[in-house]
Design a protein around this ligand. Sequence first.
Ligand code: KG4
Ligand code: ZN
Length: 340
Amino acid sequence: MNGSDIIILGIESSCDDTSAAVLKNGEILSNIVAGQKVHEKYGGVVPELASRAHQQNIIPTVDTALKEAGISKNQLTAIAFTRGPGLLGSLIVGTGFAKSFALGLDIPLVEVNHMQGHILAHFIKNKEENYPKFPFICMTVSGGHTQLVLVRDYFDMKIIGQTIDDAAGEAFDKAAKILGLPYPGGPLIDKYAKEGNPEKFVFPVSNIGDFDFSFSGLKTSLLYFLKKETAKDSSFIEKNVADVCASYQHTIIKTLFKKLIKAAQQYHITDVAIAGGVSANSLLRSELFRIGQEQGWNTFIPEFQYCTDNAGMIAIAGHYKFLKGEFAGQDIAADARLKF
Ligand code: KG4
Ligand code: ZN
């Protein structure tokens, strides 16, 4: 350890995961995520329960992250936290904690936009030293967002397309709910789809705007399709769950790539990345590789633990903001609708 080391504590609490990470000179020393099982029985995140759980989890999560990293609080250079977007009550817990901890330690405080964090996760040090080159396009697909972002520099990002209704992750989760699967349903649809035929059932691929997406029609078409089929055969879902999941998943991924390819062509981009929880999806990953080879792209997917919500991505964004000297004051407040 020497005086010029930059050691960032990252704090993430935008939705239903309380996370703390320690990052030294761009390298992760620890990345702890405390999930919240309490939402499962409600079929979605209950905001009030999420804030209460963050309140309980935040101190032990930070404590574990520091211990696992072998770093004492006095060695920290700065504290980075998610200011938004997200659930306000959840964000307030992380923001309040980060502000008090930074004040107590008398070190800089750095605010991070959660969506920029997802994208900057690509710059967490990896063994191959393989990072996207600017300008690149990042398709950020999560439970709350679906965005095509033109990334010109670490904090020079422009949203060139986004969903006008449901996010891709929401399309997975809502379909899972219709199928009677537990929340969050994305990983389960992915699992069942592996055994199914993606061509068995045909669902509509939306076609709106230039690079925008829409997924609510797809979800509705699944609902009506299942209503019709279960009226004829009440065990239709049971018998066809794998084919339904495979066909539905195939439609989401096809919709996403249609716009991603168009955007990369229009902006003459060769480095293409994905980020967010849905980038854990196995078809999305294999299609990015296949289509990337076809299109001559260099493709980038973060390590699995940095795809879903985590504080490692907040710490790396904080690291680059720290280098720019962009610090937040004690008057900073959480912002549920934070833009960039
Ligand atoms: O980024 P994230 O952890 O939280 C948000 O900021 O939303 O993303 C969570 C979303 C959920 O909708 C979840 O169902 C989806 O990511 N997800 C998946 C998979 N793993 C997580 N969707 C499809 N396939 C997966 N394997
Ligand atoms: Zn997220």
